[in-house]
Write a protein that binds this ligand. Structure first.
Ligand SMILES: Cc1cc2nc3c(=O)[nH]c(=O)nc-3n(C[C@H](O)[C@H](O)[C@H](O)COP(=O)(O)O)c2cc1C
Length: 218
C-alpha cells in the first residue's frame, strides 16, 4: 500500500531558528511509515504554486501544469495520507492548506488520513490539529482517531529525523506507531472496500458546480 506524507511547511527563513523544522519531523515519521507503506514525502517547495490561485480542476483537460498533474496522480494512486503541519497562529499551516486546496476531494476521498503536528513550543501544534479534522473530513480522507503531536520538536529530533540523546526511542515508537497502525488498518479496510464496491457509483464526485452539494430548495 502507498502513503503520501505531506510536509506542511515551505518556510525558507532563519530566524526563527532552526530552519524548517518540518523536515526532521517528516524524516522521523517517514521511517515509521515505511514499516507499513511504500511512502513518498510531498514537499511543497517542489510544487511551487502560482501567485494567483487556480485549482487543478480549473484547467482545461490536458492543460494542467505538469507538477500539479503529477501530484494529482500521486494523490489518486495513494491509499493513505499523513498530513504534517506546523502550528502557525494556532492554525494549520497555510502552505499545507494551499497545496491541498488545488485538488478535488475525489482525489483523496474514501481513504484515511493521519493528523500529525509539531511546533517549537510546548503544545506541539494541537490547536492546529483541531481544525485539520474538519478540513480533512471535507476532503473525504477521514482522519483516524489517533493524532501525533510533537512539542519542542527541535529538542527531540536531529536534522535527519533521528531522536536526540536523552529521548526514549521505545516511547516515541509506541506513540507514533499507534497512529501509523490505525492508518494502516483503515487503509487496508478502505482498499478492500473500494475494490468490492465503487464508492463513486454510490456517491458520485461533484464535477459541475459547488451547488451540487446543496439541499433541494424549499
Ligand atoms: C507565522 C508563524 C506563526 C507561528 N505560530 C505559532 C503558534 O501559534 N504556536 C506555536 O507553537 N508555534 C508557532 N510558531 C513557531 C513554529 O512552531 C516554529 O517556527 C516552527 O519551526 C514552524 O515549523 P517550520 O519550521 O517547519 O515552518 C509560529 C511561527 C511562525 C513563522
Amino acid at each position: 500500500m502507498k502513503a503520501l506524507l505531506f510536509l506542511g511547511s515551505r518556510r525558507v527563513s532563519s530566524p526563527p531558528q532552526p530552519p524548517r523544522l518540518g523536515e526532521r519531523v517528516a524524516a522521523f515519521l517517514a521511517m515509521h511509515l515505511r514499516e507499513r507503506f511504500e511512502t513518498q514525502v510531498v514537499d511543497p517547495l517542489a510544487y511551487p504554486v502560482s501567485e494567483v490561485f487556480k485549482p487543478a480542476f480549473a484547467y482545461n483537460r490536458g492543460a494542467k501544469p505538469q507538477p500539479l498533474a503529477r501530484l494529482e496522480d500521486l494523490i489518486r494512486e495513494s491509499d493513505a495520507y499523513v498530513m504534517l503541519s506546523p502550528e502557525y497562529n494556532h492554525s494549520m499551516s497555510p502552505a499545507l492548506a494551499d497545496l491541498l486546496n488545488h485538488f478535488p476531494s475525489s482525489a483523496f476521498s474514501f481513504k484515511p488520513s493521519l493528523i500529525a503536528t509539531y511546533s517549537s513550543g510546548q503544545w506541539g501544534g494541537t490547536r492546529a490539529a483541531v481544525n485539520m479534522r474538519s478540513f480533512l473530513a471535507e476532503l473525504g480522507c477521514l482522519p483516524v482517531s489517533a493524532m501525533v503531536h510533537f512539542p519542542s520538536a527541535d529538542q527531540v529530533f536531529a536534522q535527519n529525523g533521528e531522536l536526540l540523546e536523552g529521548q526514549d526511542p521505545a516511547r516515541w515508537e509506541r506513540y507514533a506507531g499507534r497512529g501509523v497502525e490505525q492508518l494502516y488498518w483503515w487503509a487496508a479496510a478502505a482498499s478492500h472496500q473500494r475494490q468490492a464496491i465503487d464508492p463513486f457509483g454510490l456517491s458520485p464526485a461533484f464535477s459541475r458546480t459547488p451547488a451540487e452539494r446543496n439541499a433541494p430548495e424549499a
